[in-house]
Design a binder for this molecule. Structure first.
Ligand SMILES: NC(=O)c1ccc[n+]([C@@H]2O[C@H](COP(=O)([O-])OP(=O)(O)OC[C@H]3O[C@@H](n4cnc5c(N)ncnc54)[C@H](O)[C@@H]3O)[C@@H](O)[C@H]2O)c1
Length: 491
């Protein structure tokens, strides 16, 4: 089973309470164990990964799963989760799993939203859990229960009877197992990007969400960026005419962070570069442009062709910056430095995705949209739509503030990072819980936006051969319905 990654699990299988960093330096810290163990398992390349490592197996089976499962829904067929509202509740009781960079960044935002109670937190690193508990009590809430007893204590958090929603911000290797555990225990799940790394896992989450009647959501914050929401509203109002093409990306130079032993908890993120060749992180680019095109709400993505450059960036960086004895020296990177994917929709539109975290580049999610009346491009933001622009010169996007989504009109200066989109997303998600509304995004979006991970890998391995993208909605994509472009609810 692909339930947990060997580099996280094996060093700690029997050590329950001993997983916290040791401040006195008397023994290996969790972080140092992870870094060393990770490196030991790396360097095998894609061909040598069928060794029992769950994550490795994921890589080896990615293309197999693609071939076997791309077009085929799993046997069980349950009632759809499209249009299913949350149960209305005045207080949302939440549990957080993973208290690293992301989890600890999101915790204060959950705490800033009225009607949210953080009941439980989980991370095998005790210091992190203690800091999270402190943050919660400083916000005036009772101390949450901390689950710190090893890599599987999250299962105990998920079993609690007093949780409505579980937020998962752990390494990718764990997303699937944790989402599954939350759903099976009757909790709605919000999972960091991507929701899972394999096609069979994506199908299983679709199936499980339908069977348990619980939402499994990709908490894709970039869908809530100010520009993205403005473009979304303009697109739906016809300002770009009939939509033709769009592009999205995660182009973010992470080399320094991926080799920094103190940033991530272990080398998990870098190690994915030893396992897959394709787009490891498609959802930031894909989610917003899928929304522009009403993917799963009137159109659907049908096939993907991907190409990848050679994988040179990380090795070059290592050569220049890491000492000879560093565990990373044993790793062999196969992930293309830049991946390019072209996706065609049922209506014939074309989407382009890029991923590059291993070469110098200013941050860009590209975020472009084109139609019969004009085009928007981001980084930097600029617009050209008829009849406003006819002189072959880009126009000023700030002139279009009237198109801001109501969430951005009501929260002009949201707290938190990423320009405020994290808060806007959480505010809206919690609002849907409080008012008993249908969430803006569901398991079908989660699976669709994450599918390029295995499919781009399979396509690159097959010299760009198109891979069929499953219809996770099982035919229900044709029906227009509301998504992130929500009307303001009557409270
Ligand atoms: N949406 C965004 O903008 C955004 C930004 C950053 C990260 N992320 C996502 O958030 C996730 C975490 O990234 P990060 O940068 O915080 O990584 P990180 O390494 O800083 O944090 C991961 C945390 O998970 C914990 N963890 C590992 N195994 C666990 C287990 N079995 N049970 C409980 N906790 C466990 C680790 O101890 C660590 O504290 C990733 O999926 C990443 O893609 C999303």
């Amino acid at each position: 089973m692909n339930e947990a990654p060997s580099q996280n699990r094996e060093p700690h299988e029997n050590d329950g309470h001993e997983t916290g960093d040791r401040p006195d330096g008397t023994g290996p810290t969790r972080r140092s164990v992870l870094w060393t163990a990770g490196a030991a398992g790396a360097g095998l390349g894609i061909g040598g990964l069928g060794t029992g490592s769950a994550a490795a197996a994921g890589a080896d089976q990615a293309s197999t799963a693609t071939a076997a499962g791309a077009a085929t829904a799993p046997k069980g067929r349950h009632k759809t989760m499209i249009g299913v509202p949350f149960e209305r509740r005045s207080t949302v009781r939440i549990g957080l799993i993973g208290l690293g960079n992301r989890g600890m960044g999101m915790l204060p935002l959950y705490l800033a939203i009225p009607g949210v109670r953080v009941v439980a937190v989980c991370d095998p690193v005790k210091d992190k859990a203690a800091k999270a508990v402190q943050l919660v009590t400083a916000a005036g809430q009772p101390a949450p229960t901390a689950y710190t007893k090893g890599d599987h204590d999250f299962e105990n958090l998920c079993k609690r009877g007093d949780l409505d929603y579980v937020y998962i911000a752990t390494p990718w290797d764990w997303h699937f197992a944790m989402a599954k555990s939350a759903l099976r225990n009757g909790k709605h799940a919000g999972v960091e990007c991507p929701v899972a790394m394999r096609l069979d896992e994506l199908w299983e989450l679709v199936d499980l969400s339908e069977r348990t009647r619980r939402h499994c959501m990709q908490v894709e914050n970039c869908c809530y960026g100010r520009n993205e929401m403005r473009v979304l509203r303009m697109a739906h109002a016809g300002r770009f005419g009939s939509l033709l093409h769009a592009a999205g990306a995660y182009n973010h130079d992470l080399r320094q962070l991926m080799f920094d032993p103190t940033y991530y908890e272990g080398p998990w993120r870098r190690l994915w570069h030893t396992r897959l060749r394709g787009d490891l992180y498609p959802t930031h680019g894909f989610g917003p442009i899928a929304n522009y095109m009403d993917v799963n709400r009137g159109d659907r993505v049908v096939r993907i062709s991907s190409f990848g450059t050679p994988a040179l960036g990380l090795a070059e960086y290592r050569e220049a910056h890491m000492p000879p004895g560093d565990p990373s020296q044993r790793e062999t990177y196969i992930e293309s430095d830049r991946t390019f994917s072209l996706i065609q929709t049922a209506k014939g539109r074309v989407l382009r995705l890029e991923h590059d975290v291993s070469t110098p580049h200013p941050y860009s999610r590209i975020n472009s949209l084109g139609g019969t009346k004009g085009v928007f491009e981001d980084y930097p933001e600029r617009i050209y739509i008829e009849p406003d622009h006819t002189d072959d010169e880009w126009g000023d996007f700030s002139q279009y503030a009237e198109w801001d989504h109501w969430l951005w009109k009501e929260h002009a200066n949201p707290p938190g990072g990423h320009g405020g989109m994290d808060y806007i997303m959480l505010y809206r998600l919690m609002q849907c819980f409080h008012l008993g509304l249908v969430p803006d995004f569901d398991v079908y979006d989660a699976a669709t936006w994450s599918a390029p991970v295995p499919l781009s890998h399979a396509s690159i391995k097959a010299n760009g051969a198109p891979q069929e993208i499953p219809d996770f909605t099982r035919g229900l994509w044709r029906k227009p319905r509301q998504g992130v472009d929500s009307p303001k609810p009557q409270e």
